[in-house]
Design a protein around this ligand. Structure first.
Ligand code: AVJ
Length: 318
């Protein structure tokens, strides 16, 4: 094992134990994305109930021209830094357009998944040969701190409603911290899933095929494998709630019996019916998003929404 992997595993262990000894018990959603988790998330994006990706893809298919124009107004060169790049299936449309226009920029994808970063480093130079690429594996903020040591204009992409994985208070902190890394002339484009018919939202996180359930349970499997634990995954069931008043969509694993789990020597007890909170996917409305920008020193500049008004890419300037 390399030293960096040991460190990462230690951090994983600490985060998992902190979460499981807290009340309510919870696990950090950023750990969903091991190799199996990446694949399951791909399956989620392809399942009929999960509208989020389709909506954002529509925006990127039809409105990247507008996006590119707004970005280019701020001048060149710049770093286009994508937080949680994933397979950059959406952003690639923007990258191609900018490259075709001869834009002077470097694409800096940041992702928590080592698999994803390895994949991007191979695939992107084949797909867009003339683009400068500087991929980084790690936590948003550590990598953003790294990336911001470099002088020059920055355009930040935070797509896919990743910000929804934060509690509203955490989203505030995130925006404040993000702003601290930026300077006048910089720009951010943030994807937000919007409030809509509650049934549509709940169905997206509780798909009929049970892919989302497997996605959640996969984190327990990952903990078993990487942290020497013994979760009986069959003794947990997936439950999802959406609260229209707060916009909080939450997923839980419910313990089907009294049980004890051993994690690297520590014992964690679950009561029958006790819930383990896995993830929040917070939904917003446009005024809430503008307010999030304004309270953290950004200027809300434009919303690019899909034709159903289910999703927005908010464009903020500094
Ligand atoms: C990757 C955070 C945008 O919250 O919609 C999808 C993750 N979890 N289904 C989301 C997810 C369950 C997804 N994000």
């Amino acid at each position: 094992m390399r030293a960096t992997e040991t460190l990462a595993t230690q951090q994983f262990y600490t985060d998992v134990l902190d979460g499981l000894t807290a009340f309510p018990k919870h696990l950090p959603a950023k750990y969903f994305y091991d190799a199996a988790g990446d694949r399951l998330f791909q399956d989620i994006m392809n399942c009929p109930e999960y509208y989020v990706t389709d909506c954002e893809l529509e925006i990127f298919s039809e409105q990247t021209g507008i996006m590119a124009d707004l970005i280019l107004r701020g001048g060149e060169p710049f770093d286009l830094i994508e937080l949680g790049a994933g397979d950059c299936f959406k952003s690639i449309k923007l990258l191609s357009l900018l490259t075709q226009a001869g834009t002077d920029f470097t694409y800096v994808p940041i992702d928590i998944s080592a698999n994803i970063i390895r994949h991007l480093e191979i695939a992107l130079p084949e797909q867009i040969p003339n683009m400068r690429l500087s991929a980084m594996k790690g936590d948003y903020f550590e990598m953003l701190a790294e990336a911001s040591k470099k002088e020059g204009r920055k355009v930040i992409l935070c797509l896919g409603a990743n910000i929804g994985n934060m509690l509203p208070s955490e989203a505030q902190d995130f925006c404040q911290k993000l702003r601290s890394y930026l300077s006048p002339g910089d720009m951010v484009i943030v994807g937000f899933d919007l409030k809509k018919n509650p049934s549509i939202i709940r169905a997206a996180y509780d798909d009929r095929e049970g892919i989302t359930a497997r996605f959640n349970k996969n984190l327990l499997t990952r903990i078993n494998r990487e942290l020497d634990a013994n979760f009986d995954v069959t003794q947990f069931t997936h439950y999802c709630s959406y609260e229209p008043e707060t916009g909080a969509c939450k997923s839980f694993l419910i313990s089907l019996q009294d049980q004890q789990v051993n994690i690297g020597g520590e014992h964690i007890s679950f009561k029958k019916d006790e819930y383990l909170w896995m993830e929040i996917s917070q939904k917003y409305n446009l005024p809430q998003i503008d307010n999030l920008a304004l309270t953290n020193g950004f200027v809300p500049f434009k919303h690019l929404t899909d034709s159903k008004n289910w999703f927005t890419n908010a464009i903020w300037t500094v």
